[in-house]
Design a binder for this molecule. Structure first.
Ligand code: TNX
Length: 483
């Protein structure tokens, strides 16, 4: 199982077998969770699996004690049935992802399979180590449609990921509709890396994505990258540029050449509109303002810019999230700083400065958590500026001790970013994400005592048949003894 639960005990003499007369019992408010589980199991087993009020062969209950926490749950599988108990809908959903992994891999199939549908008797008591367990998808370098992102959500939610950070703007494309600045998408969203047609999310598209993520108990964290990584915006509106001259759209992959104009009022009128409209579509409490690699913004201007941009995020009721460079200046209360350094002491100092100001950290060390890094020299896709990131390399680190001089209490969790300079379709995305993301998900969820590469390798191997059934184009890393 991945992530490994906090506590699990086998019931050696017990086996649960899902039979054709099985039912799923649930309280009314939790009906959707049961319906979704039933829908999947109906496809693969061919059983009717009616969902009913109260108890069933499989019982889902959100009436558990508060002590289970927001995402915790207990699960018991024995000869008489399966019970999942949580204190919240979210906890119940996490428990259902566990049940799916306890069932045979073929339970994930889209067409009817032969049984038996057995679950080895067990009791599980589980809750996460960290509250923030994220994945980032860069939809700017290459655009991914609503349906593609939904598929991505389906897959990552199996590993108890609870944040989807969408990198919605960069030099190569602006991907979210802003009514007050329509050329951002009309022009700024029209292309992507390589010069092919881009795309963007209308407000309805975006609302659909946010809703779909929420149904998987995933909160979307939107990112509008500033003041660098802004060529798509600068190309769309001449007035955002020094000298009022719009650059051309950009479809290559260099970084660090673009900058908003820090000393123009229109820059802040623009950001006010953008952050307002994005915040309006964001049920979560975080809005990410980027802040990375602003190599063509003079540093004094960068330091003047970040507090002004941050103030606008706060004005619209959101907490600021930003890449670790933002910690060089003052940060508003409640800021979350995303660390993407490697062993670079400068980045570590910025992380420390963030925490000294009262910010908390989400860890995305590029040499561990970056899903766009090549697995090895010959990997056909990906980059390697942060080094090669094998499956073991991405798994074998401890979020609590990664950063010197940062107390464990300042860590909100982990996030695995997927930049898409070299990834223009979902098969390529899947190849980079699997099998590394489950390891980052486990670092975010499982207790420190459960983290062990040797046993993890075996558990990861067991996911292979699931991905085959699901049609996931995963990388069969030679480090793993795939079944
Ligand atoms: C650095 S990491 C970037 C991105 C690139 C990525 C490629 C960070 C905050 N910025 O602009 O896509 O490297 O790995």
């Amino acid at each position: 199982m991945i992530p490994q639960p906090t506590a699990q005990q086998a019931l050696p003499d017990e086996t649960f077998t899902l039979l054709s007369d099985a039912t799923i019992g649930v309280d009314e408010q939790m009906q959707t969770i049961a319906d979704n589980l039933a829908a999947q199991l109906r496809r693969s087993t061919g059983f009717a699996l009616p969902v009913q009020q109260g108890t069933g062969t499989i019982t889902l209950s959100a009436n558990g004690p508060e002590s289970l926490g927001a995402e915790g749950y207990e699960l018991r599988a024995d000869a008489s049935g399966v019970t999942i108990t949580a204190a919240t809908a979210e906890g119940l959903f996490r428990g259902v992802t566990t049940l799916r992994q306890l069932l045979p891999a073929k339970a994930e199939a889209g067409s009817e399979q032969d049984g038996p549908w057995e679950v080895a008797g067990t009791t599980i008591s589980d809750s996460p180590r960290y509250g923030y367990r994220g994945v980032m998808l860069d939809v700017s370098r290459h655009f991914f449609t609503v349906d593609q992102v939904k598929h991505f959500i389906d897959l990552v939610s199996l590993y108890k990921i609870n944040r989807l950070h969408l990198h919605l703007s960069d030099d190569q494309g602006w991907r979210i509709q802003v009514d007050t600045w329509p050329r951002l998408t009309e022009h700024g969203g029209s292309q992507q890396v390589g010069g092919s047609a881009g795309g963007y999310y209308t407000k309805a598209d975006y609302a659909d994505l946010v809703q779909y993520a929420a149904e998987h108990y995933i909160t979307v964290v939107p990112e509008i990258d500033t003041p660098g990584h802004t060529n798509a915006a600068l190309a769309s509106y001449p007035e955002l540029n020094k000298g009022d001259q719009a650059p051309d759209l950009y479809t290559e992959t260099e970084v660090g050449f673009s900058s908003l104009t820090i000393d123009k009022d229109v820059t802040y009128a623009f950001l006010d509109d953008v952050f307002r409209e994005v915040a309006e579509q964001t049920p979560g409490d975080l809005l990410h303002l980027g802040g990375d690699e602003a190599h063509s913004t003079p540093h004094s201007e960068y330091l003047a810019f970040v507090p002004k941009a941050a103030e606008l995020v706060v004005k619209y009721g959101k907490r600021v999230m930003g890449w670790h460079e933002i910690a060089d200046g003052p940060l508003p209360a409640g800021t979350v700083v995303q660390y993407w350094g490697t062993e670079d002491p400068k980045a570590q100092v910025l992380a420390q400065q963030a925490v000294e100001q009262g910010a908390t950290l989400v860890l995305s060390p590029a040499n561990r958590a970056y899903l766009d890094m090549k697995y090895h020299e010959e990997t056909p896709l990906g980059l390697q500026w942060a080094g090669l990131v094998s499956v073991e390399q991405s798994y074998s680190w401890n979020p609590a001790t990664l950063l010197p001089n940062v107390p464990a209490s300042a860590i909100d969790g982990v996030e695995a970013p997927l930049w898409t300079e070299t990834l223009d379709d979902l098969e390529k995305v899947e190849f980079m994400v699997f099998p590394r993301l489950p390891g980052i998900a486990e670092l975010g969820w499982s207790p420190e005592s459960a983290l062990d590469w040797t046993t993890y390798r075996d558990r990861l191997a067991e996911q292979g048949p699931r991905w085959e059934v699901l049609g996931v184009n995963f990388y069969r890393a030679p480090e793993i003894d795939w079944r």
